[in-house]
Unconditional design. Structure first.
Length: 578
């Protein structure tokens, strides 16, 4: 009888736990999406009229679909993201092949350079390339003039958008394809070469076709991420009147009066397009063939490039220069230079033209310190609350057999199909019409970020959970530990490196997030990414560059500190298990 009663209590406890998680996820994800859909189906202003069920219709969708401006924004979006994806695939695939399958020297250095762009906030990248590629004051055009070349570049254009998208989102393709190349049995390529195929013929007839699922997955992920980016199109597209869906949605809410309903309809369309692409990506992944992995152990084959290995090493150096060194140089020049007009190269290196005036100016602005404080506060709340929630979700999905965990998995994964800008619009509709609600507080930003990045956090934690053998938990249960005691003494200590890494990821993503913040901040809750955009739109490149450097240095310190903590936690876990 005692065991039966304990079983009933366990089932009741499990049901309450699943209900609690589903209620939290419904509050964070489902409720804002439903309110966004309601906003797209009504004609009421949430600020003036609150939330209303009157006049439900699909008029807003019909109006949006018939609007030539929306069609133009959609076309620009597809061209920019499509072109950027092609460059990302070419660059990512090239470097994954160089790192995994060739004898190129210093491959570890090239591998590190290949993922560095992931740490650059999109808005900072856009600002840096605006300084480099402005048609009038761009540093690249100044260099062309100095060496006597009659060339000019203009990054305020579609090709500028495509180029910057491509080079900064190539790491997504690199991560997918490098893993696939490491797991592929080299005997398949050796068989092709024995049949008379050259090394490069084998590359295109055997190697790349066999990792095609990974290539397609990386390509789709890059395209999906580009669809939701606001910062780069806002900086490089606005001067040329190139509107994409993200910038068009924000423009709708800035008109007088704001067109919240139309913005909601466009946001729903963007979310549906993104969702279809995410579904396509999962379909590709689920249909992936693993027959390239043999039962015997093998080492990825290294192709001897001879003297060409220094050429491939040079490609890695060029990529590092393009995505890191040149943009950083541009930000430093613009941040310390008094005026951006550069007559010639000698003027560029004239020390009298440089000062700390832009840094003094931004720190004289009380909004600067407030935005830094707010960003750190929001980041800490997001990391702590979001990390705890992701731990609870990940443990429930991967370490229990409770009924309902599949629904928890599905709902917690939904935000992967919702661009950050759409999350901001959804939370705007969810809370702006409710008196004394969350709107205008730090908490609405934190909750939006937690919902926005929940799939990334749960995924980051999943590996840690899967690495812990169930025998350790079973041993704790035999010793009389309950579920909470087992988590506290066994699971959490062993998963600590993954927990710290996931919370750090949340903290960094929250500090650099712009899309969600645009619709949710007030003058009292201004964060760094929004203030940086304000500086840029104010027309002062010096202040913009100076604040970009402040944000970049802050992120670098945080990432470095997090790596140190993660290494310490990992060593502690090894010592305990030893």
């Amino acid at each position: 009888m005692r065991s039966a009663s304990e079983g009933r209590r366990g089932r009741v406890g499990s049901g309450l736990w699943v209900s609690l998680l589903l209620a939290i996820l419904g509050f964070l994800v489902i409720y804002p999406i439903l309110m966004l859909l309601l906003g797209a189906l009504t004609d009421t202003n949430p600020v003036v009229d609150g939330i209303s069920l009157r006049h439900l219709s699909v008029t807003n969708f019909l109006t949006v679909l018939a609007n030539p401006n929306v069609a133009e924004a959609l076309a620009n979006t597809l061209i920019a993201c499509g072109g950027g994806t092609l460059i990302a695939v070419a660059v990512g695939l090239l470097f994954s092949w160089i790192v995994v399958r060739t004898n190129t020297p210093f491959k570890g250095f090239i591998a590190a350079a290949s993922i560095l762009p992931l740490f650059a906030p999109p808005l900072v990248a856009g600002v840096a390339w605006a300084i480099l590629g402005s048609p009038k004051t761009g540093l690249i055009n100044t260099m062309f003039k100095w060496v006597g070349l009659d060339w000019r570049v203009d990054f305020y254009s579609m090709w500028g958008l495509v180029f910057v998208f491509g080079i900064y989102y190539a790491p997504y393709v690199y991560m997918f394809t490098s893993s696939a190349l490491r797991n592929m049995d080299p005997s398949l390529e050796e068989a092709a070469e024995i049949s008379g195929a050259s090394a490069f013929a084998t590359l295109f007839s055997v190697t790349f076709p066999l990792i095609m699922p990974a290539i397609v997955s990386g390509m789709l992920l890059s395209f999906i991420v580009m669809l939701g980016i606001y910062g780069i199109p806002a900086v490089l597209g606005a001067p040329a009147n190139l509107a994409v869906l993200t910038t068009y949605i924000f423009k709708l809410t800035n008109w007088s009066p704001p067109l919240y309903n139309t913005a909601a309809a466009v946001a729903i369309i963007l979310m549906v397009v993104t969702g279809l692409l995410v579904f396509l990506q999962h379909t590709v992944l689920s249909g992936r063939s693993y027959t390239t992995v043999a039962g015997k152990a093998f080492r990825p084959r290294s192709l001897d490039l001879g003297r060409w290995r220094w050429f491939t090493f040079g490609l890695g150096i060029v990529y590092l220069l393009v995505v890191v060194v040149l943009p950083l140089f541009a930000l430093i020049v613009a941040a310390f230079r008094k005026f951006m007009f550069i007559r010639d190269v000698s003027s560029l290196f004239d020390a009298r033209q440089y000062s700390l005036m832009h840094f003094q100016s931004i720190f004289d602005n009380p909004l600067t310190m407030r935005s830094i404080y707010n960003a750190v506060e929001v980041g800490l709340i997001t990391a702590m609350v979001g990390g705890a929630l992701a731990f609870a979700i990940g443990y429930t999905i991967h370490r229990t057999q409770v009924v309902g965990r599949r629904w928890i998995d599905v709902i917690s994964t939904l935000p992967v199909a919702i661009p950050g800008l759409v999350v901001g619009v959804a939370y705007l509709w969810a809370w702006i019409g409710i008196p004394a609600g969350l709107y205008g507080t730090i908490w609405i930003l934190a909750l939006a970020f937690i919902a926005r990045f929940m799939p990334d956090t749960v995924k980051a934690l999943s590996t840690s959970f899967l690495q812990i053998h169930r025998e350790l938990e079973e041993a704790a249960w035999v010793c009389g530990k309950g579920v909470l005691g087992t988590i506290r003494t066994i699971v959490l200590p062993l998963a600590r490196p993954g927990v710290i890494a996931s919370m750090t990821l949340l903290f960094v993503l929250a500090i650099r997030e712009l899309g969600s913040s645009l619709f949710l901040y007030t003058s009292n809750t201004m964060v760094m990414s929004v203030l940086l955009l304000d500086y840029y739109e104010g027309g002062n490149l010096g202040k913009t560059a100076a604040f970009s450097l402040v944000q970049t240095v802050l992120l670098g310190v945080l990432i470095g500190g997090a790596n140190w903590l993660s290494r310490g936690a990992a060593q502690g876990s090894v010592a305990r298990t030893g």
